[in-house]
Design a protein around this ligand. Sequence first.
Ligand SMILES: [Zn+2]
Length: 320
Amino acid sequence: MNAVDNQTIPMRWDDAHAATLTEAQLLLYRSNLLGADKRITNFGGGNTSAKIALPDPLTGETVEVLWVKGSGGDLGSMTLDGFSTLYMDKLQALKQRYRGLVYEDEMVDYLPHCTFNLNPRAPSIDTPLHAYIPHRHVDHMHPDAVIAIAATKRSRALTEAVYGGELGWLAWQRPGYDLGLALEQLARKHPHLKGVVLEGHGLFTWGETSKECYENTLRVIRRAGGFALRDTRGLPGLPVEQPIGETQARMALVARGLGERARGESAWAIAHRLVVERDRRLVPLAVASPELLLELEASAPAHGSLAVISEGRGDTRTTP
Ligand SMILES: [Zn+2]
């Protein structure tokens, strides 16, 4: 880790405090730490999970239970009741019901049937993304610095350049059951991976303990920020255009993610290239309104990251 990386998002894990917590409380602790820094994920965005061995309330047998942030709320302020809890064996059995991509939405209705311990918290549509990754602890974040990579046309090549094979990459796909299976396949095929960059969307990272997962997530995000600051010339073919209007707000967000506020101008230049490069049409479109961006996302899903940035803007707006 070089000096640039160390200037970015600080590790806040407190071992003494963590030693007093149960496995579920450790998941909550990790979630609150991650959600408290909007460079790591936007308000209301991202989710976390842990696969925890617990006694079944009916049989007393030990079963594996997925604790995953449910629908609604924000990671930074959530409490334990914000997690949905589901039997892992039932989630695995669901695979037999899956009829393919065009039917993936019907899988959402099966999720409540997997509920553990009558938990009333509704499972989110991201549940299968966490369930099928074969690691005990999983974070899904929308970090500014990683989105700055994920949102470029060259996101696959950049992921390889920044992480040198430590992270996998998946092409844009709407979050849902099928993406869960794609994540599982990738993680099983490449067991050395520390996470996956989702094109135009964000990041999945994991670990075998809550602390390991938390540290891995931060390391991955720090490296994205460090890379972009060090190596702007490593991004061939990015057009340089003058930032205008609304586009500036998004770029400021990305620039902040790069951890370079003091030297805002260079971060600004980098963010500008990264954000604008995704599609030149965004320059005039982005000045119009956030609604237009959402519309754009609906017509071209690969621009999902811009909606993510737009979503977080209300909470995290910065000016250079
Ligand atoms: Zn997401």
